[in-house]
Design a protein around this ligand. Structure first.
Ligand code: ADP
Ligand code: MG
Length: 335
């Protein structure tokens, strides 16, 4: 659906050149929820704005929905933008228009009659659960409701792609969860391709299928969320994951150094998450264990558990073999 080939982007302002994106290759498949995580200034918004032609690449080839962006004229670009909806951190609603007219606005721009645009807007408001608020103004809505209007407006022109620029960053955790659930439903029911950028790994964990990590304009890690989140490789990715688990890595290392035994991180996924593997292996092999850290949660719909253990006594080698035989992934943090 979206293909970046050697795409790079620099800005020049006041005689100074800033490289926002170094040359990168990236393919986003139709129907997937693709997340891009990075710190402020990493180049996330630049990457997103290239997709709907709001920014022009400094070089490379960008193909969206089968069309090379550099070959599009003004009309082509306008058509593309109707196929690519966008939602924003601060919602960008028109304060002087009612909810229903905000949603109808892109249709009016596209030349749809007022009556027809309103009918369609009404349907969209029902989809996002806001039909009762149609005649209010944005100032009368909560943040979560404003973002729902943003989603309805973005869907008005029946786009194939939805771009989300930090769409939940201004919302509290509970509202964030409900907006992410809405996006998940839209992806599944309408088959929309969603590209979402965020500085929070937790947002990625809840809705994305694949993730790319941007660090100072470089794409440093890319893969299925399950792989990247459970086994982060790049230091920046590790920091994002640790942040999402509220772990202070320095504290953790100091703590672990004081504990004897072999340190293992076990990862249980799917049905294995609910099996009494640890107790059984301990009984069979006579190991003792201390649980140093642990989490049971979900990656999108996939349940997972991750435990950091110190193993002492018993047959540690046999225990590792037994964990592996039970389908548990094992990383040795220290022998
Ligand atoms: N219009 C612009 N003119 C000049 N520099 C820009 C412009 N937009 C972004 N930048 C610079 O490009 C880099 C990446 O910015 P951005 O894509 O907004 O990152 P992010 O969304 O990850 O915070 C930053 O150094 C930023 O200052
Ligand atoms: Mg940004």
């Amino acid at each position: 659906m979206i293909r970046f080939e050697g795409i790079h982007k620099s800005y020049s302002a006041a005689g100074r050149e800033t490289v926002a994106l170094h040359p990168l290759d990236l393919t986003i498949e139709a129907g997937e929820v693709f997340g891009i995580v990075g710190h402020s200034g990493a180049g996330k918004s630049t990457l997103l704005r290239l997709i709907n032609g709001l920014e022009t690449p400094s070089g490379g080839r960008l193909t969206v929905d089968g069309r090379r962006l550099d070959t599009l004229d003004g009309d082509g670009l306008r058509t593309l933008r109707r196929r690519v909806g966008m939602i924003f951190q601060h919602f960008n609603l028109l304060s002087s228009k009612t909810v229903v007219d905000n949603v109808a606005f892109p249709l009016r721009l596209a030349g749809v009659s007022k009556a027809q645009a309103r009918t369609r807007a009404q349907e969209l408001l029902a989809r996002v659960g806001l039909e009762a608020h149609r005649d209010k103004y944005p100032a009368q809505l909560s943040g979560g409701q404003k973002q729902r209007v943003g989603v309805a407006r973005a869907l008005a022109t029946e786009p194939k792609i939805l771009l989300c620029d930090e769409a939940t960053s201004a919302l509290d955790p509970q509202t964030t969860a409900s907006v992410l659930q809405l996006l998940d439903g839209i992806n599944r029911e309408l088959g929309l391709t969603i590209v979402l950028i965020t500085h929070e790994m937790d947002v990625i964990r809840r809705v994305c299928d694949r993730v790319a990590v941007l660090d100072a304009g470089h794409l440093v890690e890319l893969g299925p969320v399950r792989q990247v989140f459970l086994h982060p490789q790049h230091p920046t990715t590790r920091r994002f994951v640790a942040e999402s688990e509220a772990i202070d890595e320095n504290d953790q290392h100091a703590q672990y150094a004081a504990i004897p035994g072999r340190l293992l991180r076990l990862t249980f996924t799917g049905d294995g998450t609910w099996q009494p593997v640890l107790g059984r292996v301990a009984r069979e092999t006579g190991i003792d264990y201390t649980i140093l850290a642990g989490r049971i949660d979900r990656i999108k719909a996939l349940p997972y558990g991750q435990l950091t253990l110190a193993l002492t006594g018993g047959d540690v080698e046999a225990a590792q073999a037994a964990f592996a035989a039970a389908g548990v992934e094992i990383e040795e943090l220290r022998r």
